[in-house]
Design a protein around this ligand. Structure first.
Ligand SMILES: *[C@@H]1O[C@H](CO)[C@@H](O)[C@H](O)[C@H]1NC(C)=O
Length: 150
């Protein structure tokens, strides 16, 4: 449980600090994480690795992907039918773990826009995972100064 507390701490510290193109929202990601973890049990280690590296340690494992689908659906981060994302929410959730530099949020928003919509896979869990993989991988490249976005 120790790692889980770390995740939540990071998320909550960053919530509300942002001041970018997006409106504030008070999605309770902690409760949603707990709920989705009941149906698609995923360890905090696996999530931390994914959120850090942008890829699952084992890409054949479906539970973490379906955990993401649940997280996205429950927090209204995605409309699964047309594959469009609430990019503000995605940046708030994932970007907040990466940087608390407000000036970078707008660029991360553009990255999120480029990673969606995702309708390239019939399986909804796989779709959600592909978006997360794209967003975190490209976000990491941007934050490391390897690419410029606009
Ligand atoms: C999911 O639940 C298991 C079992 O209770 C727990 O060990 C794990 O840390 C939880 N995962 C997250 C992300 O909270």
């Amino acid at each position: 449980m120790e790692n889980f507390k770390v995740i939540c701490f990071v998320i909550f510290v960053n919530l509300g600090v942002y001041c970018f193109a997006c409106e504030n929202d008070d999605t309770d990601f902690q409760s949603i994480t707990e709920m989705c973890n009941q149906t698609h049990q995923t360890s905090a280690e696996k999530l931390l690795y994914l959120y850090d590296q942008g890829i699952l340690q084992d890409e054949n494992e479906m539970d973490p992907k379906c955990f993401l689908r649940c997280l996205f659906e429950t927090s209204f981060m995605v409309s699964l039918e047309d594959g469009s994302y609430d990019n503000c929410k995605a940046v708030r959730y994932f970007g907040g773990m990466k940087t608390d530099d407000n000036s970078k949020q707008d660029e991360l928003l553009k990255i999120a826009e480029k990673c969606g919509p995702k309708t390239d896979h019939a399986d909804m869990c796989e779709r959600t995972y592909r978006f997360v993989k794209c967003f975190i991988t490209k976000g990491n490249e941007y934050l490391r100064g390897e690419v410029t976005v606009s």
